[in-house]
Structures are given as C-alpha cells and as structure tokens.
Design a protein around this ligand. Structure first.
Ligand SMILES: [Zn+2]
Length: 219
C-alpha cells in the first residue's frame, strides 16, 4: 500500500516537472492528478508551487473533497479533476495544462478542427472542443467538462487552458504533447503556403477504419 502510494506520488511529480520543462505549466498555472480508484484518493499537485521544486511530500491528497495529506495546499482546480474523472471511469489521470498553442485557441473560444494532419485525425478525430468560460477557483471551472470529456480525451477550457484524461498520466500527457506539436507545425505552415487537407474520403477512412483511430481504440 505504502509503495503504491509512493509510486503514484512519484508519477505525479515526474510529469509535473516534465510539463514545467516543456513550458506547459508554470508556478501559477496547470496541475496534474492521479486518482487511486481503490481508495478514492486523488493525488494532485499543490497550488502556487513551481513544479520544478515539487517533491512527493508536497503532493496533496484529497478524499471526499477534503485534503487529508500533503505539506502544501491542494490546487483549487481539483474540482475540474474530480469532474473529469467522474465522467471517465476508464481513466485515472488528469493533466490540466496551459500549453501555449492549445491555450491560444481557448483564449479565442475556438474548437480545433483540422484535416491536414494524420496525427490529429487519429488521436482526436473530428475536433478538440472548447468549453465556454467558467470562473477559476469556483465550481464553474468544471461546467460542461463531464459532458465534453465523455467523447473527447482532450478539451479546451474557454479563456483558460486545457484538460486531458488518460488511463495513465503518460496517456494524458502524450496527447497534449501531440496536439501542441500539431498546432506548432500548423502555425509554421502559415508562412509557407496553403495547407493541403487530406482528401475527404481518405480522411474519413482514417477516422473510421484505421486500427489506431480514436473510434477504434475505444471499441
Ligand atoms: Zn488552470
């Protein structure tokens, strides 16, 4: 038991530091969590702490809405994590990130939809949806998340950031990295020329028939 808890905390710390290194979180923005479904305990990065300086003792443990362990106060955004995990019993990890390209779309309140990238088609299908604005630090931050995250592993929070879920933290983080990279490259294309979309029938076939598509992964 103690070993398992320590492993969960280590995993949260490892990925929080990785996201910090990649400029996807900072002291004030972004938090990561893993839910231990056996005990109902949520292990989440604390608020107002530079992720680079995190250690296992600082990870906040939240159960039934109360913090029961951890040397630093939990992030107020734990509500968002709980809502996402409630909606996705197949997932145990949540990464709430402020990756720049993805967050730029959230600032514009725009869904992301593109047909020029095989990665996008396979990982996300038709779109990454953007939820309307919900006030940070209140229950409204989680408004709409349960419905949206049921059908999308990655969701934009209007005027705020990004939430991804995964069976493991690696699963949640890898789709954020993939989306961010696709958008970075998409941005580069703007100075080169007109983006060519995958022909409609081939794009549909990728989504419907490819064994690695989201639709087929969740069969
Ligand atoms: Zn946030």
């Amino acid at each position: 038991m103690a070993n398992r808890i320590n492993d969960i905390k280590k995993e949260v710390v490892y990925y929080a530091k990785l996201m910090d290194e990649k400029g996807m979180v900072n002291t004030l923005e972004g938090n990561l969590s893993i839910l231990d479904r056996e005990t109902g305990e949520l292990y989440i990065t604390p608020s107002g702490t530079r992720k680079r300086f995190l250690d296992e003792d600082m990870i906040a443990v939240v159960k039934d809405g109360e913090q029961i362990a951890g040397s630093v106060k939990r992030s107020s955004e734990y509500l968002l994590h709980e809502a996402a995990l409630n909606a996705r019993p197949d997932c145990n990890a949540v990464a709430h990130i402020h990756a720049p390209y993805l967050t730029a779309y959230a600032y514009c309140g725009k869904d992301i939809s593109m047909k020029c990238s095989t990665t996008f088609a396979l990982v996300f299908g038709e779109k990454i949806p953007c939820l309307p604005y919900g006030e940070a630090g209140t229950v409204h931050i989680a408004d709409g998340i349960e419905e949206a995250i049921k059908n999308h592993d990655l969701v934009l929070l209007g005027n705020h950031g990004v939430v991804a879920v995964g069976k493991t933290m690696e699963d949640a983080v890898k789709i954020i990295e993939a989306a961010e990279e696709v958008l970075r490259i998409y941005h580069i294309t703007q100075g080169i020329g007109e983006v060519k979309n995958i022909p409609e029938d081939k794009w549909l076939s990728l989504i419907e028939n490819h064994p690695g598509s989201r639709k087929n992964r969740y069969k």
